[in-house]
Design a protein around this ligand. Structure first.
Ligand SMILES: C[S@@+](CC[C@H](N)C(=O)[O-])C[C@H]1O[C@@H](n2cnc3c(N)ncnc32)[C@H](O)[C@@H]1O
Length: 262
């Protein structure tokens, strides 16, 4: 069996010098199996969490065909333009968590001469990414099972993916995002709220494209408190209706003087 890091697909030759730099530095990636993060303290819960993860991955494998057919269906330019405008650097290195096909997020940044690393646990989604955004370096893995050296990325985006992780895993992931970001780097992520799930806090299933998908969230105020305590400045919180789904889009910056808190 291949070790997880052997699944890292080598980025094909690219004219972007920054991508080549990325390949060199990416050798420093350490991927750990953080099985403890999937556990809620008992064997039963651990089994349940693993089953849930496998199911979600299989569902996204099945969705890949529809994603390919629907390429470009939803206009995300407003979200991406507004995040890009807030960034301190106009060319840098992006991490796309739950990258799917790499469109539109990684594509947007690569078109602006950024390098990009994308992580997704669905093999089929990673195949789409290799087809449509070949400049992106991909890692076929669970988001929770990767680790990077500190201060590596200028921007980290989790577009429509974080809400599929149990809320108990969020703080740990936010701490990692904080560590992986350069000082003044920023993160943008989609957060599920009452507007989508109908409950102030949620941990359960909702139907999406005919399938029951797992979603998890706290209240926005609890989320903001977590982010602040980790060392983020919350820069914007926007409820956006895209494709008739309302989600909260949060932009948070790593304070330049704080250093790491984790
Ligand atoms: C709704 S799609 C969003 C794809 C892309 N970010 C976009 O904005 O179009 C969610 C993606 O997150 C991935 N995903 C969900 N949970 C994940 C996890 N724990 N680890 C890695 N990928 C995950 C799925 O495989 C899927 O490709």
């Amino acid at each position: 069996m291949k070790a997880p890091w052997q699944k890292l697909s080598a980025a094909p030759y690219s004219s972007h010098a920054s991508v080549l730099v990325s390949i060199a530095r990416i050798t420093a990636i350490r991927i750990k199996i953080l099985s403890s993060q999937l556990s809620c303290g008992s064997r039963h819960d651990e089994t349940k969490a693993l089953q849930m993860k496998d199911t979600l991955r299989e569902i996204y494998d099945q969705f890949a065909e529809t994603y390919e057919k629907n390429r470009g269906l939803f206009d995300m330019s407003e979200v991406l333009d507004s995040f890009y405008a807030k960034l301190e650097v106009k060319e840098g290195k992006l991490l796309d968590l739950g990258c799917g096909s790499g469109e539109p997020v990684a594509r947007y940044f690569i078109d602006r001469n950024w390098s990009a690393v994308g992580i997704d646990f669905s093999e089929k989604m990673i195949e789409l990414a290799s087809k449509y955004v070949p400049e992106m370096q991909t890692i076929n893995s669970d988001i929770r099972e990767v680790d990077f050296e500190p201060d590596l990325f200028d921007a980290i985006i989790a577009s429509y993916s974080l809400f599929h992780l149990p809320v108990d895993n969020h703080a740990e992931l936010f701490k990692k995002i904080h560590r992986w970001l350069r000082p003044d780097g920023k993160t943008l992520f989609t957060y599920a709220t009452e507007e989508y799930t109908g409950s102030k806090e949620f941990d359960g299933y909702k139907t999406f494209m005919g399938q029951e998908l797992y979603y998890s969230h706290k209240t926005p105020d609890e989320l903001y408190a977590d982010l602040e305590s980790i060392g983020f400045n919350i820069e914007s919180t926007d409820y956006r209706n895209i494709g008739n789904e309302i989600f909260l889009w949060v932009t948070a910056g790593k304070r330049a003087v704080d250093g790491d808190k984790c």
